[in-house]
Ligand binder design. Sequence first.
Ligand code: M6R
Length: 607
Amino acid sequence: MCGIIGIIGKAPVTPLLIDALKRLEYRGYDSAGVATLINGHIDRRRAEGKLVNLEARLKVEPLPGTIGIGHTRWATHGKPSERNAHPIATDRVAIVHNGIIENFQELKDELVAEGRRFDTDTDTEAVAQLLTSYLERQMSPEAAMGKAMERLRGAFALVAMFSGRHDILMGARRGSSLAVGHGNGEMYVGTDALALAPFTSRVTYLEDDDWVVLNSTGCTVYQGTTTVERPEKKSGLSGALIGKGNHQHFMLKEIYEQPAVVGDTLQSYLDPATRSVRTPSLPLDWTKVSRVTMTACGTAFYACMVAKYWFEKLARMPVEIEVASEFRYREPPLPEGGVCIAVSQSGETIDTLEALRYAKSQKQILLSVVNVPESAIARLSHAVLPTLAGPEIGVASTKAFTTQLIVLLNTAIAAGRARGTLSREQEEKLALAMIELPARINETLNMEDDYRRIAESTLAAARDVLYLGRGSSFPVALEGALKLKELSYIHAEGYAGGEMKHGPIALIDDAVPVVVVAPSDAIFDKIASNFEQVRARGGKLVLLSDAQGVARLGAKAETSIAVPDIDPVVAPILYTVAVQLLAYYTALAKGTDIDQPRNLAKSVTVE
Ligand code: M6R
């Protein structure tokens, strides 16, 4: 969602603002803008659509100035037009904002009653007008921001620049992320460490309800009217880590990074020498945990679905999985002694964060599986189980998902060992299967031409595609369908194979490809029956199985691929790579915007 950057510099800042906005493009946006101070006056350039439009505008109308703010906007209130693009400004202040001001209408009514005129349809303008109203009452910018924080409701991050004040920028956060970067005589503020990465590695992460005043030499952080200390940390991000390398898309690069990042994540959760999982130090005793509740959104939710199979099978524990946006409003009672695990790449997804807050109110032990250790979800948790995927820039989750699965499988094994439900032999067998995974993923990637061929010949021309799977392959089918629809805009659905005959089978005809995710496992015979049911109705079958499964069913499929052999417990991780490749090459054949699919955002910080 929206990306924010602000710079107090020594030289003209517009090129730096644009560079930072490019690094924030991954979050998803539909308009962009920058503002600087020129001789004390706010001047801005904004454009609908991608950053190239803004750059074209800046070529014709350059924007000098050594202090400035920039924004990529993912529209929530008001359509994505130049008029609604940020920075939103009055003659006194310019604002860039991520999130939602929930009481904007109430504020707007009051401000309109004062005689103020609103020029945009955004909730953000309520902040700009509120600050302006305070400034016109002779408040200092600091006093105005402190007072505004008392009035604003919602989850947001914002940065403000004030006319006549070349020396300061201000930021504020509640719910959404915001970080300050420390330079030498220059200061930065932005959505995340990625935005700040090439400028500085010295970063201060703001906490909820913090507001901050930056000048060229440092910053002061406030909560209410009191100053608070926030540590300066070293960010490990470098420009190299966030580049596309030789790949055409970030998504392809990230798919190809999976052998390495799965290996890195394994290293920290598994001891290859002893073939046993490393027991992370957690504030709980698995033998006393009454129930595990897992919550997440989108792809991360499918990681929870797979993990439910693992926890139930390996640790014999009751597990509930909850779509975060539903869970938090249903307000179910959670048992004493329960654990809640939130799973999130960004660690900022508002629904997941709020679901975790709800679990906290129910006195659960909070664990999180996140890719961003400084994120809000991580900070709310009693313990963090990090994925070591590195920055994921493509909007579609790929390496984040497979590393989430690694963390969750190792945690389920640790729980099983603690509860005495998993023998040493079983643990060793699973450890060996995981140790093999990076090599098996590599072999899968080496077969990319086969996936490309199926994508081009069978999927790209389809209007609808179905994905079937059973057991822990069912979430992989759901993930395959989600990847395909978000990247290629082809309608796709995932079903549990056994559910086909209860309705979806009515859709089958020779125009609907059906991708069957079917490793040879204990329920292969069952998915084989579902396969035959589709075949009997003329469905176009694409079989993803291992050599044995392809030998059995391949001749009956329109097309099939033998995925490398792997232990069935670990298979969902490997088969995920297969469905990622199908989705990627289908989108490539259709020419869609793979790294930034329409309407999607990387980090979903609004409800
Ligand atoms: O950052 P999170 O893992 O919390 O994000 C959750 C979902 O928004 C995310 O997985 C989304 O479904 C992706 N676009 C899937 O590719």
